[in-house]
Design a protein. Structure first.
Length: 242
């Protein structure tokens, strides 16, 4: 009977590598704890060498002839792999370029929206390309476009810096903005506002009065005014017998 779904395999770094007794090669090339090559050893001798150093024998290049193994603790090796993968993703993310388009006649509200988009991109370690395009007779007053660009750069200075000064190319002013390092970059104001809203909401829940499940207290009815039917509503009490 076939299984309806294939078994899931772990995709974590180092999950598919062979370690110690799972290595199948008869002889391996060994790299020591100091990352220096120790030579080619039979598998049993390489395992004994790993035991002497108190570490694991990790196969790092199974397709090499002979396979290459390293003397290192498997936990430390997986940590190094995860760290390298994280760094590579970070550099890959930093190479992403987002574009923000401006115009010489842009109003203050639209400029604020464009500015917030650029701040979001820079806070995510993305580069921002700014392009201000002139149309028709706007080319007669390019100084207005440069004023808009310089105002944009002044507002975004806490988050990124231009790779070069704004320059007019054809009918557009182009420049590239690179994010500042995290330790020198200002915090995203939108993230700060979200944190303040969450803190205010949590504080309001803490000071909110508890609801009583019994509801409001009903006025007590004197005993002499209660119906004489044992406290029950008698549907025939108002019926006149002839």
């Amino acid at each position: 009977m076939s299984r309806p779904f294939p078994p899931q395999r772990s995709s974590s770094p180092g999950s598919q590598m062979r370690v110690n007794g799972k290595i199948r090669a008869r002889e391996v090339r060994v790299i020591g704890p100091d990352q220096k090559q120790l030579g080619v050893f039979p598998l049993n001798d390489a395992l004994n060498l790993a035991r002497q150093h108190g570490v694991d024998l990790v196969e790092i290049s199974p397709n090499a002839v002979p396979p290459v193994c390293r003397l290192i603790e498997i936990g430390k090796f997986r940590y190094e792999l995860a760290k390298k993968e994280k760094e590579s993703k970070k550099h890959q993310h930093a190479s992403t370029v987002k574009e923000v388009q401006l115009s010489p006649r842009i109003d203050q509200h639209d400029l604020g929206i464009k500015l917030q988009h650029a701040i979001n991109f820079l806070c995510e370690d993305m580069k921002v390309k700014v392009a201000l395009k002139f149309r028709g007779r706007e080319m007669a007053h390019t100084e207005i476009g440069f004023e808009v660009v310089h105002k944009f750069l002044a507002e975004i200075a806490p988050y990124g810096h231009p790779d070069f000064q704004p320059k007019l190319v054809g009918r557009a002013i182009n420049l590239m903005i690179t994010p500042l390092p995290r330790n020198k970059r200002a915090k995203n104001p939108r993230a700060a506002e979200q944190e303040m809203e969450a803190a205010a909401e949590e504080q309001s829940h803490e000071h909110k009065p508890a609801h009583h499940s019994h509801g409001q207290h009903k006025p007590k009815v004197p005993v002499n005014e209660q119906p004489s039917s044992g406290g029950l509503n008698n549907p025939f009490s108002g019926l006149e017998i002839k």
